[in-house]
Design a binder for this molecule. Structure first.
Ligand code: FAD
Length: 439
């Protein structure tokens, strides 16, 4: 049922975060004039990507930088006129480690990514002097016999032993709910393999970038390209297939029909929508689970923080010290903005989160005054859990999806990590759709 290839199919995309927007963008590039519709629950496109001004502080409520892996992201930025807005994110180097009890201890020289961007942390293990030497001798370092080499073994092979001991431990389980010493790096964090390949090929560090003016400029520009086709304030409740193709039903019982349907939502939300179409597929989608978290933003006068903020943040090595997992900092127009990442916080009110964060940060950073601003951003089940076996699971899901011609999905729920990877995956889906029309 569902999909009858025609020369000019109609496409509905559910979800207008970066994944849905990028998919719409690539479909427009590949098939100009295609009949396209985006259905978005919120009153704006962009999903988790949002730049927000509070007093004079500029808050990124989702991602605040990304690593330019692969050509698709740059190609898209260029065509949107955004290439000149790209800028390296933060120049500070060094990472503080926190063992949960003692003062912070800085590891100088580490590239951002390890703690600066916890989400992308595992993509960016900076090379220590020893690591650099080893990188220079890359040709002499044997490649891992096992392509699924674990994160722990990889870091030990490539980086200084001390770092290998410390770093994967807090980052991997804390942020990705994965065991860093488990075999199967590609499984637990598939995109790491892409990073590894690029570093191995380029023999240089890859740096994080952001956009002048904030991350939102990216989704705003993308949304402009699809504006007339975007329907905001539409919360999709159900997906059905029939003789005429796909039918999407919203909470207020409106219905939309199309030949092709792309779901660009987190995995749990995708499962919820596909339940009445294919129960086994929906339960498979629900298997791996996701994690909730929050960020607490605190803005201070620079003189109220007495620890020299030499690095760009700290990461907790002590999992028992939750909810604080990591904290990054950076200058803002009016002072210093601290962004603290928290886990296991579902039952806590925003006031409690702010209090607990302040209790944790005051002694660590030697803060002696109240913050100028505070803000909490919650992410309900927003972080996919990475497991060994994920690649196989995504492949299995793909097989099940193919029982439903004309149904596609895209986004971080399906083995994709980071914004450029979302853009790349969205392009692949658009190409698959084109291919299915031609064949
Ligand atoms: C706190 C945080 C920090 C991050 N930091 C970084 C970083 O620094 N660098 C990086 O590269 N990546 C980072 N990531 C990951 C990256 O931001 C995400 O992978 C990416 O933005 C996901 O985009 P998406 O479009 O797939 O999903 P989302 O942004 O979640 O978009 C999904 C959209 O679907 C809509 N929607 C949901 N349900 C329905 C429904 N039933 N009907 C209609 N619409 C619906 C939502 O409103 C939303 O707009 C971070 C993620 C988080 C949560």
């Amino acid at each position: 049922m569902g999909f009858m290839p025609t020369q000019s199919p109609s496409v509905t995309i559910v979800g207008a975060g970066i994944s849905g927007l990028a998919c719409a963008y690539w479909l427009g590039q590949l098939m100009p004039g295609i009949s396209l519709r985006l259905l978005e629950r919120a009153d704006r496109g962009g999903g988790i990507i949002r730049t927000y001004k509070l007093s004079e502080f500029c808050l990124e409520t989702g991602p605040d930088c990304f690593m330019c892996l692969g050509p698709d992201f740059i190609e898209m930025c260029r065509s949107l006129g955004l290439e000149s807005h790209l800028m390296p994110a933060r120049s500070q180097r060094g990472v503080y480690l926190w063992d949960g009890h003692n003062p912070l201890e800085i590891i100088p020289g580490l590239q951002m990514g390890l703690t600066g961007q916890p989400w992308m942390a595992l993509l960016c293990p900076d090379l220590s002097p020893l690591g650099k030497l080893r990188a220079a001798l890359q040709g002499l370092i044997p490649e891992a016999a096992d392509p699924d080499e674990g994160l722990g073994p990889y870091v030990r092979r490539r980086l200084q032993a001390d770092f290998a001991k410390e770093l994967p431990t807090p980052l991997s389980p804390g942020l990705f709910s994965a065991d860093p010493h488990e075999p199967g790096l590609a499984d637990s964090f598939p995109h790491f393999a892409v990073y590894r390949q690029e570093v191995d090929t380029r023999h240089e560090e890859l740096t994080f970038h952001s956009f002048r003016g904030g991350m939102q400029i990216l989704v705003d520009h993308l949304a402009e390209t699809v504006q007339t086709n975007m329907h905001t304030g539409v919360s999709v409740r159900q997906i059905l297939s029939g003789e005429k193709g796909w039918e999407v039903v919203s909470e207020d019982s409106r219905r939309w029909h199309s030949d092709v349907l792309v779901v660009a939502l987190p995995r749990a939300a995708t499962a919820g929508l596909l339940g009445s179409l294919d129960g086994p597929l929906a339960s498979k989608l629900s298997e791996s689970g996701s994690v909730s978290g929050a960020c607490v933003y605190l803005g201070f006068e620079p003189t109220h923080i007495h620890l020299p903020l030499d690095g760009y943040g700290f990461v907790s090595q002590d999992l028992a010290a939750r909810p604080v997992v990591a904290c990054t900092w950076g200058p803002s127009q009016q002072g210093v903005l601290l962004r603290t990442y928290l886990r296991d916080i579902d039952s806590l009110s925003s006031e409690t989160l702010i209090e607990q964060t302040l209790d944790c940060l005051r002694p660590l950073l030697a803060i002696d005054e109240a913050p100028l601003i505070s803000h909490v951003e919650r992410y309900h089940q927003a972080f996919p859990k990475y497991h060994v076996g994920d690649i196989a699971q995504v492949a299995e899901l793909e097989e099940m999806r193919q029982r439903h011609p004309g149904l596609y999905w895209t986004g971080p729920a399906f083995g994709v990590a980071g914004i450029p990877a979302c853009v790349q995956h969205a392009r692949r889906i658009a190409e698959d759709i084109l291919q299915s029309i031609r064949s």
